[in-house]
Ligand binder design. Structure first.
Ligand SMILES: Nc1ncnc2c1ncn2[C@@H]1O[C@H](COP(=O)(O)OP(=O)(O)OP(=O)(O)O)[C@@H](O)[C@H]1O
Length: 312
């Protein structure tokens, strides 16, 4: 692969596939991920996010395809990459029976950081991640948010150029998630490129760019704005009585992608091959046109329109 033509890419993958027997966990994935940005993998459980990340970190050999990460060819140069990347896995991978500080000391040793350099880096991390008061506490006794901050401190201890985060916030509350994302933007600001997987729409919306994955296949990619502007559907909200019945009626129509109730409104996605969505709804229902409002698509609408998660 010619990387000279695109020097600002930290990850390039071409036709990357990984099969487990008959299962295509990742199928012909192409990726071009920019330096110094946060890139997201959005998709449901089992869509292949972890498999893709494990191949991009050099931990799992692809069945076929090419990978360049930070200019290194994988899996050949996996060992060289190890020192330049951080990886926060889905499961808490630190030692429960070590204290916060001992965990960080252990990780520092793995990266060959010792003496005053180790002490000052650990002090810095304890302060950045609000763990100063907790440094003598066993990792096992920390809250979900604290464990997550410790895991991020450990993954960034050696100041990696590229950070992989696999569903990092699935075990934390919304406030801790928001705080965590502030920390990711701080890291990005300081020059770290980040790839994060998630199944939360609000997290995906925070990424500079993202790929929507389903069944091992990339269904769409781009900035959240591009994805929302290019959605292949009209989004119409209906405020009327009898929404449960209306929904059942609408989802039988082939041009309806999905219909989902949000309180007193029904949010309907209509294929954009239908040129006049309001006229279409008037024709197929007995509801007056002033009850219909065309609204701006959300990332969730994009997700539904480009995956099979429709017609609930
Ligand atoms: N070592 C393996 N052997 C066999 N099948 C596997 C293996 N690893 C993953 N798979 C399968 O590959 C598919 C993708 O799994 P993967 O863990 O990559 O998905 P994911 O999107 O990360 O989901 P989750 O968030 O649940 O981990 C799943 O069907 C999974 O069962």
């Amino acid at each position: 692969m010619n990387t000279d033509a695109m020097p600002d890419l930290v990850i390039q993958a071409k036709q990357l596939s990984r099969h487990f027997g008959e299962l295509k966990a990742i199928d012909k994935l192409d990726l071009n991920i920019d330096k110094n940005r946060i890139y997201g993998f959005l998709g449901p459980n089992g869509c292949g996010k972890t498999t893709a990340i494990r191949m991009l970190t050099g931990l799992l050999k692809p069945t076929s395809g090419e990978i360049q990460v930070l200019g290194l060819s994988l899996p050949k140069d996996a060992e060289k990459l190890r020192l330049r990347m951080g990886y926060m896995t889905q499961k808490f991978s630190l030692y429960n029976d070590l204290t916060v500080k001992e965990n960080l000391q252990f990780i520092a040793k793995i990266y060959g950081i010792s003496g005053t350099a180790q002490k000052s880096r650990i002090d810095e991390l304890l302060s950045i991640y609000g763990l100063n008061q907790k440094q003598q506490q066993l990792a096992a006794s920390m809250s979900g948010g604290q464990r997550q901050r410790l895991a991020l401190a450990a993954a960034t201890l050696h100041k990696p150029d590229l950070l992989f985060l696999d569903e990092p916030t699935s075990a934390v509350d919304p406030e801790n998630r928001r705080e965590f994302w502030e920390q990711l933007f701080d890291l990005c600001d300081q020059g770290t490129s980040i790839l994060v997987s998630t199944h939360y729409m609000d997290e995906a919306e925070r990424c500079h760019k993202l790929a929507i994955l389903e069944d091992g296949v990339k269904r769409a990619d781009g900035t959240p704005e591009q994805l929302m502007n290019n959605i292949a559907a009209h989004v119409v909200e209906i405020e009327a009585e009898g929404l449960r019945h209306l929904k059942q009626q609408l989802v039988t129509l082939p041009d309806i992608v999905t219909a989902a109730q949000l309180g007193a409104r029904l949010r309907v996605l209509i294929k954009n091959t239908v040129s006049d969505p309001i006229g279409f709804l008037e024709h197929h229902t007995d509801i007056e046109s002033n009850k219909f409002t065309i609204v701006r698509p959300s990332l969730e609408d994009v997700f539904i329109a480009c995956t099979g998660s429709s017609r609930q």
